[in-house]
Ligand binder design. Structure first.
Ligand SMILES: *Cc1c(COP(=O)(O)O)cnc(C)c1O
Length: 390
């Protein structure tokens, strides 16, 4: 398999056939596995032979997905979890201990923020936030207890682009692990491990599934780090279900194709919105007007499928716009074949004070669009009519 390119690997990495000569991999819904005899069972439990024991530890469908994802991200090994948040929590819980410290970019996913502020402190793990692109800030906040620098790029929903290579150099010099939530980009757009990051995390729920069906989380890193994660996860149980892994592995077969379409349509919509008289501003990584446009072009192969913009007229206008949409779904998911619109100020980030929202780049009129795979003109006509208030 090593000679093939990632489009081919995403399709052709596959479990060995079961003996039925099936072309598509079967689903292994089994909680445990049987042994020939007592000796084989003993050897499996003491890691002398590689064998499935119990599906909290391993499962053929999960293994196939992990093999694919670690190849796509160019890591050595991977681990799967029930949700993206379980991947984030498992990473911290496996690698950190009481007294350790995290430095994180300020704009992170809402539940990740809750982990930092309300949950990890219960075990004496604290977090300091830094402005996403304040590289000196990261350097200054790293102290002897700091074990992890955590970032999202592009960030949700601010679409900040952080220079992974530059931050990785700072982290290496300080002997701190750089963890990147690569959910918005997927390995099709950006491979943080090749830019110097140590760990990549995914909510597979988003673009990897791509059709809004299943939840899943993935962690990709070196063999040594994944072994430490596995040691924690085997006994604490955030396992990815075989069914979800089967769905996700199938979905990855079309990831490249879908991402190219999501991105080309999102770029076109961003350009059209920028020209609209009903819009204050548009943010999209590949638009020349994006403040980190150059870094985006350097580290990403496409601009992504998410566009944010501000409707003229603030909160009221933003809500009226959402109510006027007919094709777009109003739902908190993203990375779906269906186009989705959300209003972070009144939903995912409503618990933050207006100043806190402003500090992470969420104005009251900000709308986040996840551009789907419908016909581009149908998407545009829906947006245009809603902007006009029709
Ligand atoms: C959705 C999301 C998560 C959490 O993933 P779940 O699968 O919903 O648990 C984490 N990070 C980012 C950037 C996300 O968009």
């Amino acid at each position: 398999m090593s000679k093939y390119r990632s489009e081919t690997l995403a399709i052709r990495i596959q479990n060995e056939r079961s003996g039925e000569a099936e072309h598509s991999v079967p689903l292994y819904l089994t909680s445990s596995y049987v042994f020939e005899d007592a000796e084989q069972m003993r050897a499996a439990f003491s890691d002398e032979i590689e064998a499935n024991i119990y599906s909290r530890y391993s499962n053929p469908n999960v293994d196939e997905l992990l093999e694919k994802v670690s190849r796509l991200e160019e890591g050595e090994a991977a681990w799967g979890t029930a949700t993206g948040m379980a991947a984030v929590f498992t990473t911290f819980a496996a690698l950190l201990q009481n007294g350790d410290h995290i430095v994180s970019s300020k704009s992170v996913f809402g539940s990740t923020h809750q982990l930092f502020v309300n949950i990890l402190p219960k075990w004496g793990i604290t977090t300091t936030y830094v402005d996403s692109i304040d590289y000196e800030g990261y350097e200054q906040e790293i102290r002897p207890e700091t074990k992890i620098v955590y970032i999202e790029t592009p960030s949700n929903p601010g679409l900040d682009i952080i220079d992974i290579k530059r931050l990785a150099k700072i982290c290496k010099a300080k002997n701190v692990l750089l963890v990147v939530d690569n959910c918005f980009a997927t390995p099709v757009l950006q491979r943080p491990l090749t830019l110097g990051a140590d760990i990549v995390i995914h909510s597979a729920t988003k673009y990897m599934d791509g059709q809004g069906r299943v939840l899943g989380g993935l962690i990709v890193s070196t063999k040594e780090i994944i072994d430490r994660i596995q040691a924690f996860a085997r006994h604490s149980g955030p396992a990815l279900s075989p069914f979800n892994a089967w769905v996700l592995s199938k979905s990855l077969e079309t990831l490249h194709l879908r991402m190219e379409k999501h991105c080309s349509q999102a770029f076109e919509i961003a350009k059209r919105l920028e020209k609209s008289e009903f819009v204050d501003w548009v943010k999209y990584p590949f638009l020349g007007s994006h403040p980190q446009h150059d870094i985006a072009r350097e580290q990403m192969s496409y601009g992504g499928g998410i566009v944010t913009f501000q409707v003229k007229g603030g909160l009221q206008a933003g809500r009226k716009f959402l109510d006027s949409l007919q094709l777009f779904s109003l739902t908190p998911n993203l990375g779906d074949s269906r186009s989705i619109a959300t209003h972070p100020a009144s939903t995912t980030h409503s618990k933050l004070k207006p100043e806190e929202r402003e500090a992470v780049g969420i104005s009251d009129g900000l709308v986040r669009l996840s551009i789907g795979l419908e016909h581009i003109e149908d998407i545009w006509e829906d947006l245009e009519a809603a902007l006009k208030g029709e």
